[in-house]
Design a protein around this ligand. Structure first.
Ligand SMILES: Cc1cc2nc3c(=O)[nH]c(=O)nc-3n(C[C@H](O)[C@H](O)[C@H](O)COP(=O)(O)O)c2cc1C
Length: 198
């Protein structure tokens, strides 16, 4: 049988709708995210394209009441307290980010492995970013929202050691995941404004 004609994906129209209606979400209901759904979106992530088949992504799922979640939130609190430029807001900002990390129904850290050269590191980082987008689109298809953060939760160097990530890997983000309580609006320039046809 010719495998090229097996139709196992959704029609393009629903893929396009999924892409365009996905939004960054950071405001979640209390509803728990079943592990089975987390498995499904992680499985979507690992089907991202990756040059040389390095499969460079690594995921760390921090259970809601687990020790790792608490320690990552505490490290982030500590980093925020001492590093944000406006020290007048340091305490409230540190408290807020810790509370948000503890409250998120699901929390996943994503790392990209080093490939031993600047070229492969860059390819790996790009591939892992594709994996995150896969995960976010799969999450959206399951009614979940995701907030990708490269901010405070990713800054304390102790997080990498806490998670057991490779020391020379690169942190790609901390993903807040849950069922949306509110979905923000977003906008884009028209593709024709950012495209030159030559
Ligand atoms: C690499 C990357 C890092 C991001 N980091 C943050 C972040 O640290 N904090 C945040 O609020 N949003 C972050 N975002 C989400 C963007 O702000 C968001 O995608 C953008 O506002 C467009 O909104 P949309 O995703 O709903 O279309 C990040 C997105 C990407 C792709």
């Amino acid at each position: 049988m010719d495998k090229r004609v097996q139709l196992t994906t959704s029609p393009a129209t629903s893929v396009l709708e999924n892409i365009k209606t996905r939004r960054t979400v950071r405001d979640f209901t209390d509803r728990a995210v079943p592990d089975s759904v987390l498995h499904t979106i992680l499985d979507a992530a690992v089907w991202a394209p990756n040059h040389r088949m390095t499969e460079p992504w690594r995921f760390y799922v921090l259970g809601k009441s687990g020790e790792a979640r608490q320690r990552a939130a505490d490290l982030t609190h500590d980093w925020t307290l001492h590093n944000i430029p406006n020290q007048n807001q340091a305490q409230s900002s540190a408290d807020a980010v810790r509370a948000e990390m503890l409250a998120a129904p699901a929390l996943i850290y994503v790392y990209s492995l080093s490939g031993g050269s600047a070229e492969i590191d860059e390819e790996n980082y790009s591939a892992t970013s594709c994996a995150v987008q896969n995960l976010m689109l799969a999450a959206h298809a399951h009614g979940l929202g995701v907030g990708w953060s490269t901010g405070k939760p990713t800054r304390h160097p102790g997080v990498t050691e806490l998670l057991g990530a490779e020391p020379d890997s690169k942190i790609v983000g901390c993903l807040y995941i849950g069922y949306p309580a509110a979905v923000p609006q977003s906008k884009r320039q028209d593709a024709s404004d950012v495209t030159r046809w030559l």
